[in-house]
Design a binder for this molecule. Structure first.
Ligand code: DHB
Ligand code: MG
Length: 580
């Protein structure tokens, strides 16, 4: 299907928006009136510019407060419409979006609305144009798609049809299956937006919090399925009002937008090959602090890269590469059943391929390299001969947790999910010492690849944000208390948890007294969900932003211990202060 994007989705001047939309591969745009009004270019020039870029102008919008008004207002509205038809003729746009009225002049009279829209459609038809009527979720009298459909049916004009906007429909929670009964030739236009589930005024929700499909909580696939079942053959067009996107680099936002449509039409994407675990995670470190910590956690420096100054540390199936650098997670690598096909899918999703690297990989929006490995990669790391002892019980990597810059969170979540073929888990929010944090994880079906993304709910403040965008690597153990005990004995820099936490834990979850005593003694945290239990502990922050976690999942505990994250953050902060 053709893919379009409303100019309101993107930041910048109209020239910026058009160039960015074209560069990302869109076929058309919805011309948002304000973007035209502020432009120094005549509509005919814009038409040529769009043609040069290979963009059609699929919709002119929005035309507001037209229908169900007294005769004098109607006359003025028709005059206004004719002026807009003039502009559309110059632009080469043949469809006008009319939003359901919010005007105090309007009256609650469907017959009158239908009659006046019929009149408008007649004027449009005389100029070879059409009217797409859209129910705004906050329309004064018409605020549901079925109500707009009743009026369009009653208006009964071949140049009058519906604009269906997923936000207005899905935000109301109406039964969307009824869309299937609308004849396809009456669905003139389809606008797509996702959004998080928020309980707030619907206009504010729509104007500030829309997201690209796949970034929010709406079931866009089902919605689009209903609309396509009518026979609708127009474009899939994104209309996303979002405070962050409105000030983001439009070229980057347009790629994010395109990726959302590609994922929505995923039947046409190369399928994601099965993943089977984290192959390794690479850290850039300066100095011996991280290596010393890994040794004390029971890891062994087992291999050394043939040509590069990269060390392989391992314990069980937990593998960490250490490289020289600035103290961050530089790469995560997953085992793919077919790395070449993983790369083909990534390319189809506009993920930038990495060059100058020995493994197939792409760059994620946060700059992390993502590699697709098959069995052979370990051959690049001849054994050092260092003795691998019994270790401290770590068996593998549970998850990689990457705090995202505020402006990239939704983009990053969509990237990791779509490129790796992972499924998003429920988002959680918690109150942390330096502000509210939102956390969202993506994982594969087998749950042996998990990536957890965190973000501050507001742009991070300037003051003492404990750690700059912290990142951590969580290893799996089958016995967290035993692992903690062993690591403590080996002198690992484990994070001490205050007594207050254990007193509160006792009151909330009442773990058996001997378990509580052991948790307290070894600074192990505890959580429980409807599936099972979770025991986990942390190291100190090593360098500027990276630390390790050890987790034990019992009986399919599905979360990440978010309730305990604020305790960890405060403890990290305390340590940093004490070190000065
Ligand atoms: O927020 C608005 O006013 C607005 C305008 C046009 C649309 O298509 C829409 O969905 C919302
Ligand atoms: Mg809309």
């Amino acid at each position: 299907m053709r893919r379009s994007i409303a100019t309101v989705c993107l930041s910048g001047t109209l020239e910026d928006k058009l160039a960015a939309a074209a560069a990302a591969g869109f076929d058309g745009i919805e011309m948002f009136e304000n973007d035209l009004v502020v432009s120094p270019h005549a509509p005919a020039e814009i038409r040529r510019r769009c043609a040069d870029l290979g963009l059609s102008i699929d919709l002119y919008q929005p035309f507001r407060d037209f229908e169900a008004v007294p005769p004098d207002v109607l006359a003025a509205n028709l005059r206004r419409a004719e002026r807009k038809f003039d502009v559309m003729a110059e632009l080469g746009a043949d469809m006008m979006l009319v939003c359901s009225s919010v005007s105090p002049d309007a009256v609650d009279d469907d017959d009158l609305a239908a009659e006046q829209l019929h009149l408008l459609a007649d004027r449009a038809a005389a100029r070879g144009m059409r009217i797409a009527y859209e129910a705004l979720a906050w329309g004064r009298f018409v605020d549901t798609f079925d109500h707009s459909w009743r009026i369009v049916r009653r208006g009964d004009h071949p140049a009058l049809g519906l604009c269906l906007d997923s936000f207005h429909v899905l935000s109301r929670g109406t039964d969307t299956a009824a869309i299937r009964t609308i004849p396809g030739e009456k669905v003139f236009f389809l606008q797509l937006a996702d959004a998080p589930r928020l309980h707030m005024d619907v206009l504010q929700w729509s104007r500030h919090h829309r997201l690209f499909p796949g970034q929010g909580a709406f079931d866009l696939a089902a919605f689009v399925g209903h609309v396509l079942s009518t026979g609708y053959a127009g474009p899939l067009s994104l209309e996303v009002f979002n405070d962050v996107f409105r000030q983001s680099d439009p070229w980057r936002a347009a790629v994010d937008a395109m990726r959302s449509l590609l994922l929505l039409e995923q039947d046409r994407l190369p399928p994601a090959p099965a993943l089977s675990g984290h192959a390794f995670t690479e850290l850039e470190v300066s100095g011996p602090e991280v290596a010393n910590a890994l040794a004390a956690m029971g890891f062994c420096h087992a291999g050394q890269h043939r040509t590069k100054p990269v060390q392989l540390w391992r314990q069980g199936a937990a593998r960490v590469l250490l490289n020289e650098g600035s103290g961050q997670v530089s790469a995560l690598a997953v085992e793919s059943a077919d790395p070449e096909r993983s790369m083909a899918r990534a390319a189809a999703l506009h993920a930038p391929a990495l060059t100058d690297v020995s493994l197939p990989g792409v760059a994620a929006p946060d700059g992390t390299a993502v590699f697709f490995c098959s069995d052979g990669w370990l051959e690049d790391f001849p054994r050092t001969g260092e003795h691998e002892d019994a270790g401290a019980g770590l068996v593998g990597t549970d998850h990689v947790s990457l705090t995202q810059p505020f402006d990239n969170f939704d983009e990053a979540a969509l990237f990791y999910r779509s490129v790796l073929g992972l499924t998003p888990e429920l988002a959680t929010e918690f109150a942390a010492p330096f502000g509210l944090v939102r956390s969202r994880a993506v994982s594969n079906v087998a749950r042996d690849v998990r990536i957890s993304l965190d973000v501050a709910l507001l742009r991070r403040g300037e003051w003492a944000p404990g750690v700059p965008e912290p990142q951590h690597l969580a290893f799996a153990t089958r016995d967290a208390i035993a692992s903690a005990k062993e690591m403590q004995a080996r002198g690992a820099p484990l994070l001490a948890i205050p007594d207050n936490y254990y007193d509160d834990l006792d009151s909330r979850l009442a773990p058996p007294p001997d378990l509580l005593a052991a948790l307290r003694e070894y600074s192990v945290l505890y959580d429980r969900d409807e599936h099972g239990e979770f025991l986990h502990f942390y190291t100190d922050v090593l360098g500027s932003r990276v630390f390790f976690e050890v987790v034990q999942r019992i009986d399919g505990y599905a979360g990440y211990g978010a309730a305990n994250a604020p305790v960890r953050m405060a403890a990290h902060r305390r340590l940093r202060l004490s070190r000065g």
